[in-house]
Design a protein around this ligand. Sequence first.
Ligand code: SF4
Length: 389
Amino acid sequence: MNTIITRYVQNGQLADLYDKVMEGRRLSFEDGVRLWQSDDLTAIGALANIVRENKNGNRTYYVRNQHINYTNICNKGCKFCSFYAQKNGPAPYTMSTDDVRVKLERTRHIPLTEIHMVAGIHPKLPYSYYLDLLRTVKATRPDAHIKAFTMVELLQIQKLADKPMEEVLLELKANGLDSLPGGGAEILTDRVHDTLFPKKETATEWLHTAMTAHRVGLPTNATMLYGHIETIEERVIHLIKLREAQDETGGFLTFIPLAFSSKGTKLEHIPSTTGALDLKAIAIGRLMLDNFPHIKGFWMMITPPVAQTAQWYGADDIDGTIVEYEITHEISQDNSQQLSQRKLVEMILEAGREPVERDPLYNVIEREDSRTLLPHHEGNRIPLPMAAG
Ligand code: SF4
């Protein structure tokens, strides 16, 4: 942190947290509440940036990925969701395994490292569908890592399999599953659960399922949907529950704050989140989740400009190229659903960070076509970033 910013934080209302962060001490529930209550976004971001740079230096990770949302039929009716098929809303669809194969074959020329699959809870799909889906993806893109199924999907799959969750996870793993995206955590409190998504898994079930996955060797991410009816205290409770689970298993890779978008949901009266709230969610996530290796500023959710800024507010990951994404309609109308690798690299460089292509487990991918995009490569025409920091 440069001297001016350090002095600014040391003389401000969060000076005591500066000492805690510098000494690597864990922030408490009360600290978390104070951070959310504070309007000193500069100080919050600067504190988060200390942790970010201690853990990940100047690197910003990205991945080349394709999303498959295999069905939008869902019997859970979550009030914040605009994805599932309903009257006056999206038309229903379900992909056969052949449909999935065709989608993947269309992108065969792209060296993707991740296939990301999540969907609704279709009450009529059998257990065999999920196993076939995994086998189809593995057979079509054997080189790609399969990250699939939120906790509510896993609970549905377990119900169909009628076996303990450990056994089901091992069977999915044997058929190609490599990790879990960690979606659907929303806000891990009973009040928010009972108000917004009573038919979905509870906070306890979400955490238990994630921790079971970790124990059988399947890493996961963890999300937080913010900007709807949750209180500041509930956001902090959510983060502390994740931190405690991580203390036990160490299986979470990345925390992904998801900005709530109300368009097309039953909560249309709630305005969209602001850039300031998006940056705060990322920064406070970085500060509270001291045991999470990575924090993502998901460009598609918070827009590319905010995702760039987020790289100085605690985020060290910007997600990926994303081919086809159906979940958030409002965002996908305003922004392209796909960014080329060149565009992603340019965005990261322009933000003043070092772009690093990763696989879903954060192994660095070294490829000639990645190297040619970097500024020091002969013939490169990308402008160097402006001096940052
Ligand atoms: S959030 Fe997921 S479980 Fe809830 S309605 Fe939407 S698709 Fe279904």
